[in-house]
Design a binder for this molecule. Structure first.
Ligand SMILES: Nc1ncnc2c1ncn2[C@@H]1O[C@H](COP(=O)(O)OP(=O)(O)O)[C@@H](O)[C@H]1O
Ligand SMILES: [Mg+2]
Length: 367
C-alpha cells in the first residue's frame, strides 16, 4: 500500500486501561493495534476521556516507543481520526459528551459511531430494506404485558433482549410449558427460572432486566448439535479503499442447554458446514453467497443509520432448513470467535483494516 501521509489516530480507551499500559504484558487490542501500526505507520496514540483538555483542544496521549520498548506521555492535538474502544464509566459521562461536541466542532473522523447500536432502532430500520427484511425474525418492543403475551401464546418459545445488551448478558429465552413458563439465561453457565403463571414470569423479567427497554423476538429454529445452539459471527471491515471485506465468518457452538452461543467453541465456516453438517461444495457456496450478500447489505444499512463504521460484528442464524436470519449487529466487536476459529492472523488482519480505514478517512482525497 502506497501512502505519503501519517494521520494522527487517537484510540480512546478506558482510564483503568491507561493506568495498566506499563504493567500488562497481554494488552489484547492495544497490542494488535501497535502491531498493525508497524505496517500502516500512522501517528498512533492512546488516551482516555479524562486525558482530554477541552479548553485547549489537547490530549495527554500515550505513545509506544518501539525502540525503547516504553510508553511515553506526550501532549498532542485532538486526533484526526478517533477509534473508541470500550464503554463509558458513569462518572466520565460529562467528558464523553464534551468529546462528542469536540468531534463535531473539529470535524474529527470516526472509525465507529461513538454510541453502540440499539437493537430495536436497527430492527425498525432494517424492516424498510427489501433485501434485509426477509431475513428478519418477528420482533416487537416490549411496552406492555400484552406485547409479550400475544407473542408467547403464538410460539413455543421467544427471546427477550435489552435493546442495548451485549455478550449474551441481557437476554432471556422463555419457553412455554404445559403449566407456566421456563426462563433460561446465561450467567457463567446456563441458568433456569420456572414461573407458575404469567404474572410470576413478568416479575422475573422485571427483576432480570431492571426496567431497561427490551424487545421480544420469535425464536429462530437454529441449527443445533447435541442440544448446543449454533450461529455465525461474521467480522466485516472497511479497508484502505473504503471497500467492505469479510475477515472471517466463525461458526459458534454454545454450551448444552444454553440460550446463547457465546462462551463457546468456534469453527471456520467451511470446516463446520463441510465436516459437521456434511454439505456439498455447491451447497456451501450457495449458503456462503446468501450470507455474504446479507452481510454487505446489513453493513451498508447500519452505516445509513449510524454513519461510518470501520468494523461490524454481525450475528447470523442459520435454521434447520438452511434459511439465513439476521440476529443482530455489534459495534466494536470483540474478536474472540474470530481468533478461536480463524487464528490470531485473522485478528491481526482485522486490526490492520481498522488502521487502513483510519488512513482512508484521513486521506486528502476523502477530506
Ligand atoms: N431470536 C433468536 N432465536 C434464536 N436464538 C437467538 C435469538 N436471538 C438471540 N439468539 C441467541 O442468543 C445469542 C445472543 O443474542 P444477541 O441478539 O446476539 O444478543 P447479544 O447482544 O447479547 O449478543 C445469539 O448469538 C443467538 O445464539
Ligand atoms: Mg450477539
Amino acid at each position: 500500500m502506497q501512502k505519503d501521509f501519517s494521520p494522527l489516530v487517537g484510540v480512546c480507551i478506558n482510564s483503568s486501561k491507561v493506568k495498566k499500559l506499563n504493567q500488562s504484558l497481554e494488552r489484547g487490542s492495544i497490542n494488535y493495534l501497535l502491531e498493525a501500526n508497524k505496517k500502516l505507520n500512522t501517528n498512533l496514540y492512546f488516551f482516555s476521556l479524562v486525558d482530554i483538555n477541552f479548553e485547549e483542544d489537547k490530549v495527554r496521549g500515550y505513545i509506544y516507543d518501539e525502540t525503547c520498548k516504553k510508553w511515553e506521555e506526550r501532549f498532542s492535538p485532538l486526533p484526526e481520526v478517533l477509534y473508541k474502544k470500550g464503554g463509558v464509566k458513569k462518572k466520565e459521562i460529562g467528558e464523553f459528551n464534551s468529546l462528542i461536541n469536540s468531534i463535531n466542532k473539529n470535524n474529527i473522523k470516526l472509525i465507529n459511531p461513538m454510541r453502540g447500536f440499539n437493537k430495536w432502532e436497527l430492527h425498525k430500520h432494517f424492516q424498510k430494506n427489501k433485501k434485509i427484511s426477509p431475513h428478519l425474525e418477528k420482533t416487537v418492543l416490549f411496552l406492555n404485558p400484552e406485547d409479550l403475551q400475544e407473542m408467547i401464546y403464538e410460539e413455543d418459545s421467544i427471546y427477550l433482549k435489552a435493546v442495548r445488551g451485549r455478550c449474551g448478558k441481557n437476554l432471556m429465552k422463555i419457553k412455554k410449558l404445559d403449566k407456566g413458563f421456563l426462563s433460561t439465561f446465561f450467567r457463567k453457565q446456563p441458568k433456569k427460572i420456572p414461573a407458575k403463571s404469567f404474572e410470576e414470569l413478568l416479575d422475573d423479567i422485571d427483576r432480570f432486566f431492571g426496567g431497561s427497554p427490551i424487545i421480544v423476538q420469535r425464536t429462530i429454529d437454529l441449527l443445533n448439535i447435541d442440544n448446543k445452539l449454533v450461529d455465525l459471527r461474521a467480522e466485516v471491515h472497511r479497508n484502505y479503499n473504503n471497500e467492505l471485506e469479510i475477515v472471517g465468518i466463525p461458526v459458534r457452538i454454545g454450551e448444552a442447554e444454553s440460550p446463547i452461543t457465546q462462551h463457546s467453541k468456534s469453527y471456520t465456516f467451511d470446516n463446520f458446514f463441510r465436516n459437521t453438517i456434511g454439505l456439498s461444495d455447491t451447497q456451501i457456496n450457495e449458503l456462503y453467497m446468501v450470507v455474504e450478500n446479507l452481510l454487505y447489505e446489513v453493513y451498508k444499512s447500519v452505516e445509513d443509520y449510524y454513519g461510518n463504521c470501520g468494523e461490524i460484528g454481525i450475528d447470523i442464524g442459520v435454521d434447520k432448513n438452511l434459511q439465513v436470519k439476521l440476529i443482530e449487529c455489534n459495534s466494536q466487536p470483540t474478536k474472540i470467535s474470530l481468533k478461536d476459529a480463524y487464528g490470531e492472523e485473522a485478528v491481526k488482519k482485522g486490526y490492520e483494516k481498522i488502521l487502513e480505514y483510519a488512513c482512508f478517512l484521513a486521506s486528502p482525497k476523502t477530506i
